[in-house]
Design a protein around this ligand. Structure first.
Ligand SMILES: [Zn+2]
Length: 453
């Protein structure tokens, strides 16, 4: 197979082609199979004596490097491409599908659209650079109600059909489930803590910050339900074993006095939890890093915490996710510099929605990240997350009874359908005991459904 394309935006085009053909289709394309030639206007894919022309409706317009990175280039409304009875959302392209002899022309710019979904360059223009986050309601996917569709896999399905008809063979994927946990708080109060807070709250009233502090009554109930720091971990590790799935825990490593410190990294109880998890000796269970929000745009704090996590775990973490999902490209470069190499890229799972469940980058398989400012593929593998306990909790009252779980189930169905990787997040934290126990129930319900054939 050979792919010929215009010789501008070379790293960007190469990335989009390689993720589609190698990470998704498993065709095993080499560097030599892609060539750049200014005699062509579009992407020319030649295979099995046939030619597929994928029209270029984006990068050609911005031959100067990085000049595409403008807010005005994020489309407002979605258009659709029609072929084989499918209606496929386009980011860039036109609804043209023609066959002439051995040549097929596809108006959907599969490559620029894939690049848009997977690199998230849109987000740097919507605020992530300044505060590590952007308003989800501004995202193209959310504005166009596409967030519950893994769109890149719709492009993949189209390519499978087109290339399959030319005799190309693909590597099949295996569906997989990963249960992840952000360890945001775990130190169960002692009876002395509860007594102290009882007197303190009698005198000064209930706590101001209800995210970080419980009332003494809630502390008492929490203590009854979760007598040790390991209690919540125990529930989830049993569940992961019961359903035979992979499980990842991300630990925060704050110290007393630091912003939103919920436990101290060198507390004996934290070390005990880590060694209890390590003693389970489960090859499917990994421990990783959950950098605090103060590491965002703060390299000295990043250095402190990355040192702490290595001391706490006794090894270099191989998995990670940022607390509050606060990250940008400089932050991803820190992850890469500290923990990654081209022989063992770090597995990161930052691509998650805060306020809704779904497919933030349109993909549900692991893929290498791309640094769109430095214009290079990174040594970081992203595992996009689709379902998070907090989303269910925040929206629970809005779900009507009969439809309560349909949204989550349909997300799981879509991941199964494409043999993707379902990544779920259930937090470990100190909250009212009934909130956590509800979460246990939701987690089991999701896993039960997720592992069904
Ligand atoms: Zn967190």
């Amino acid at each position: 197979m050979q792919i010929k394309c215009p010789s501008n935006n070379i790293p960007e085009r190469k990335y989009a082609i390689q993720v589609l053909f190698n990470n998704l289709l498993g065709v095993g394309l080499t560097e030599q199979d892609i060539c750049f030639d200014d005699s062509v206007q579009d992407y020319h894919i030649s295979t099995g004596g046939k030619q597929i022309i994928v029209q270029d409706h984006f990068f050609q317009r911005f031959p100067k490097p990085l000049s595409y990175l403008q807010r005005s280039n994020i489309p407002d409304k979605v258009d659709y491409f029609h072929a084989f009875g499918w209606e496929i959302p386009m980011v860039y392209g036109v609804d043209v599908f023609q066959e002439e002899g051995d040549c097929l022309t596809v108006g959907l710019d599969i490559f620029a659209s894939t690049f848009f979904w997977m690199t998230r360059w849109e987000e740097s223009l919507l605020g992530r650079d300044e505060k590590g986050d952007c308003s989800e309601s501004q995202l193209f996917s959310v504005r166009n109600s596409l967030h519950q569709r893994p769109i890149v896999h719709e492009y993949e399905r189209l390519l499978r059909k087109l290339l399959g008809d030319c005799g190309v063979h693909f590597k099949e994927r295996q569906y997989k489930v990963i249960l992840t946990h952000d360890v945001d708080g775990m130190l169960t109060p002692t009876y002395a803590d509860i007594m102290r807070d009882f007197f303190d709250q009698k005198k000064n009233g209930p706590p101001q910050n209800t995210i970080l502090n419980l009332t003494w009554k809630s502390e008492r109930n929490y203590k009854r339900a979760f007598p040790t720091a390991f209690s919540q971990f125990e529930f989830y590790t049993h569940l992961a074993k019961k359903y035979d799935i992979v499980e990842w825990f991300y630990f925060k490593v704050c110290a007393t006095g630091e912003e939103e410190a919920t436990y101290c990294h060198n507390d004996q109880k934290v070390k005990r939890v880590i060694s209890q998890l390590q003693r389970l000796n489960n090859p499917n269970l990994l421990l990783g890093f959950h950098p605090s929000q103060t590491t965002f745009n703060n390299e000295p704090q990043w250095d402190i915490e990355s040192q702490r996590i290595m001391e706490l775990l006794g090894l270099k973490p191989t998995i990670g996710r940022n607390h509050h999902l606060l990250y940008n490209l400089p932050m991803l470069r820190l992850w890469e510099k500290t923990f990654s190499s081209d022989v063992s890229p770090l597995d990161i799972s930052n691509c998650v929605f805060h306020g809704r469940n779904g497919f933030r980058c349109g993909v549900a398989v692991p893929f290498p990240l791309f640094d769109y400012y430095d214009r290079r593929q990174m040594n970081l593998i992203e595992h996009p997350n689709q379902i998070m306990d907090t989303v269910i909790r925040y929206n629970y009252d809005h779900y009507s009874d009969e439809n309560r779980w349909n949204g989550e189930y349909s997300i799981i169905d879509k991941v199964k359908e494409i043999n993707g990787e379902l990544v779920l997040t259930w937090h470990i934290y100190i909250r009212r005991q009934n909130i956590i126990e509800n979460g246990f129930g939701w987690c089991e319900r999701m896993l039960e459904y997720a592992v069904q054939k």
